[in-house]
Ligand binder design. Structure first.
Ligand SMILES: Cc1cc2nc3c(=O)[nH]c(=O)nc-3n(C[C@H](O)[C@H](O)[C@H](O)COP(=O)(O)OP(=O)(O)OC[C@H]3O[C@@H](n4cnc5c(N)ncnc54)[C@H](O)[C@@H]3O)c2cc1C
Length: 443
């Protein structure tokens, strides 16, 4: 899929019922459900580049049921029953995306094979066992602990000591999904103005470089790019993630690797990796790379440093020795939004300004739940979705520079050092990594 040419830039001031800023999954799902629920609404999306330019067009393709930031914080604030409802909603969201893609004729190579996370060192195994024990308390999660043999029966990962699998995940082709969704909302009468960056948004109006959109409701769906909007510099920290994609593997390589079940694959490292076997028989693998740029600047059109490509390739070869020497056909990076407490949020204020984001690395499914929730909020409906614990969640903003830069740099330096020590034989989680979780606000 080539880079799309931006279409239909805004041409002066205009009016709408709802103006959405950002044409990624969040903006498009919101428009989709609003247009379905009330076809008379005039919905306008303004997009800085083209639909799918952001993380939605370049993610790892894990359509998974994770509650961003985990369940524990919500248990403390909302109680266990509310979290069971939230998890159940996320499980259903995975299927909702699959069903809508089928209904709209979007062929995004979707296959639901669950999610497998593996441990490849003793310290990782210790974390995995503790994680599995915690998961066992949540029937709704559907997780199964696998021993080394069961893990390798699924995917033959070198050095795998064990794994944990759950069924609520599908691998997808992310760009096909987002472009298909853009086509689907246009068919429903939604207007998308590409090449139209918003400078500022507030009650009743979105000011762009090409004119102002006046609207009763204004939705911010800019995720990792939010810091560039006026007044939003410290709302969400933009974190980079990078990916490599191999050339299609041969039948012999796949015989050695297995992976016939289309599971998405992750590990238990602190600076973890995520991977999928694509429909074309490639392995797409991602990881942190260079995580953050001073001053919350975002990446330049996905350029990925050589060092990051080398690190990811070494990891690929380590997990799958059969890939040694295989060409890397594609590399890219993207940006995701991180709130101060690492928990995603969705909401609509009384003045008609709504938002969703802060998904960290888990937005592919969550954006759909956000879109349905925002649609209900805009339509003034109180539903099962609008009462989920993440709705209206607010946290303090990130620190000023240079503290942000120092914090993220130290966090990932610590994680990488802990991962190296654990790979070299350390059997328990490095205490610095635990401390880093606490200080960063993740724990
Ligand atoms: C490399 C990578 C891998 C990932 N892998 C996974 C994964 O496997 N599974 C998972 O669940 N999540 C993953 N994520 C996260 C996931 O992709 C995101 O959470 C999700 O796509 C967010 O969607 P969004 O619509 O909120 O944001 P985006 O897709 O980033 O869309 C925001 C849009 O807003 C536009 N925009 C920004 N500023 C303005 C402005 N001022 N005016 C107008 N438009 C603007 C941007 O151009 C962009 O199109 C990954 C992210 C990255 C970067």
């Amino acid at each position: 899929m080539g880079v799309p040419r931006p279409e239909n830039p805004l041409d002066g001031d205009t009016r709408a019922d709802v103006c959405i800023v950002g044409a990624g999954y969040t903006g498009l799902w919101t428009a989709y459900y609003l247009a379905k629920a009330d076809p008379s609404l005039r919905i306008v999306i303004v997009e800085a580049k083209f639909a799918g330019y952001g993380a939605s067009g370049r993610n790892g393709g894990w359509l998974t049921n994770s509650i961003t930031g985990g369940r524990d914080g919500y248990v403390r604030t909302h109680g266990r029953d509310a979290v069971v409802r939230f998890q159940d909603a996320m499980n259903h969201t995975v299927q909702e995306v699959i069903d809508v893609a089928a209904a709209e004729g979007i062929d995004a190579d979707i296959r639901k094979g669950g999610e497998l996370n593996v441990a490849t060192s003793a310290a990782q195994m210790q974390r995995l066992t503790a994680y599995a024990a915690a998961e066992a308390q949540w029937e709704v999660a559907g997780s199964e602990l696998l021993d080394a043999g069961q893990t390798r029966d699924r995917i033959n990962i070198a050095g795998a000591l064990g794994g944990i699998w759950h069924p609520h995940c599908a691998r997808i082709q992310p760009a096909t999904l987002v472009r298909g969704l853009a086509g689907a909302v246009k068919k429903l009468g939604v207007t998308i103005h590409e090449d139209t960056p918003a400078l500022e948004l507030g009650p009743g109006a979105v000011r762009t470089t090409r004119g102002t959109v006046h609207a009763r409701y204004v939705i911010r769906a800019t995720e990792g790019f939010t810091a560039a909007l006026a007044g939003q510099k410290r709302t969400w920290l933009p974190l980079n993630s990078s990916m490599i994609v191999t050339a299609p593997l041969t039948a012999g390589q796949w015989d050695e690797i297995g992976w016939s079940g289309a599971e998405t694959l992750g590990d238990m490292a602190h600076a973890y990796i995520y991977a999928q076997r694509t429909a074309e028989g490639r392995i797409a693998m991602g990881g942190r790379g260079k995580p953050y740029q001073f001053g919350s600047r975002t990446d330049v059109d996905g350029h990925t440093p050589e060092k990051t490509v080398r690190q990811l390739t070494e990891m690929l070869n380590r997990l799958f020795p059969a890939t040694e020497g295989t060409d890397i056909d594609h590399t890219w990076s993207g940006v995701l939004g991180v709130p101060r407490d690492w928990h995603a949020t969705v909401g609509l204020d009384d003045d008609g300004v709504g938002w969703a984001g802060g998904y960290v690395g888990t937005g592919v499914a969550t954006t759909n739940l956000a879109g349905r929730t925002l649609a209900d909020l805009v339509l003034g409906k109180r539903t099962e979705l609008t009462t989920l614990p993440w709705v209206g969640r607010r946290v303090r903003r990130w620190e000023v520079e240079p503290l942000r830069w120092l914090a993220v740099k130290s966090l990932y330096t610590t994680y990488n050092a802990a991962d190296r020590a654990e790979s070299a034989g350390r059997t328990r989680t490095h205490p610095l990594a635990t401390a880093a979780d606490l200080i960063s606000g993740k724990a």
